[in-house]
Design a protein around this ligand. Sequence first.
Ligand SMILES: Nc1ncnc2c1ncn2[C@@H]1O[C@H](COP(=O)(O)OP(=O)(O)O)[C@@H](O)[C@H]1O
Ligand SMILES: [Mg+2]
Length: 401
Amino acid sequence: MATALNPFIWDRPLDDPSKIIGMEAFANQVALTLKGQTNVALFGPRDTGKTTFTNQLTLELAKDHGAGAPPFDVVKVNLQRVVSIPGFIGCVYDAMTSHPTKGLRRAAQRQLGALEKEIGFDIKVIKGSVKSSAVSPAQDGETLHSQLVALRSVSEHLVVVFDEFQRLRHCPGDPLAIIRSALMSSGSNHVSLLFTGSIRNAVKMMLENSHEPIFGEASQMQLPAISRADFLEYLDFQFQSTGKGADEAALNHLLNATRAHPRSTQQLAWECWANTPAGQPVTLETVFAAHDRLVQTIERSEFASVLNVLVSGDEAEVNEVRALQLLADRGGDNVTSRPGAARYGFSSHSRVRPALVRLQGRGLVDERNGTWYIVDPLFSEWLRRSSPLADRPISDRPLQG
Ligand SMILES: Nc1ncnc2c1ncn2[C@@H]1O[C@H](COP(=O)(O)OP(=O)(O)O)[C@@H](O)[C@H]1O
Ligand SMILES: [Mg+2]
């Protein structure tokens, strides 16, 4: 008998290609760009599928695309928590020694072994909490450099992914110059790089400032949104095939509530699925109730913490709170109107835009086709529900039909 396992995953990047929606064509485009020896910088707001995309891309890169585009190996370095060169070294070490492909993992271990012999100490010393005091910052930089040189020799056709690359902007010790020297100069013609970033301006600054070591070194691309139609079809199919078919109104409301934001849509679908008894359909009422519960969880989330920090901060930070409320209540079409700004407590309507730009730097809001929006749809709804200035009553619901 087939077991009806939860088909929706939202707490980690997806790796099962049958569950990754709508990325095949873009993966092909990016793979061919990388194989053509052009580095790529990929932007996408938080939780919209950058890391998931790199998994789809890995499969695409493994294909033989004909003359000059043989299969490529991929090593992914997760920079999410990196704020120092030793931290960077630790991440590269992890990426190499826990690589999912056995052959590559062994090649990496061989390279690291040779490197450790050469430098005379175990790289785990740097990774470990007890850092040998004999190692100076300059040596850390040299170790990273040698390690990246070791990395580039694990495959003859290699893509190195630096995920959440913008983190390196807070890393002392010139990590970009080290990357450039180890992976972008002579001896690395067989290596292409993919940088992903959730904060567009931060990555742009690293690539577009002529003083930066990697100035102009990558073609910039935006992660495409998952189309509503594709998401609808996927949800319909997944509910159906696990014996909990959803009616059209339920599916439509689900996607309205999340604006088809990748993580939130999966999370809401999961909440609906988990609260529907086996063999029963997912109804509109199920979706309303599930959405309400998820919006309430924002109360205890990082979003609420960030808001608390901002609201007790200086005037500029309080302006960020004002801008968030304004966006949540009124949408992003006319954010700098004078009366609107005054109602939210801005001393001048000219203060709205700088506040939005700072929020964008935090990854909380973004701008698409000239319209600002709060990236996370659940956070946005939570703000709106608690706003004294929201237009619509809290209980409003979209028309059924
Ligand atoms: N292509 C996709 N198809 C379906 N769901 C996706 C896709 N990309 C992302 N998601 C959903 O979004 C969540 C976050 O994805 P992730 O790749 O971790 O985002 P990011 O790296 O941009 O923060 C995943 O757990 C999944 O629920
Ligand atoms: Mg990610």
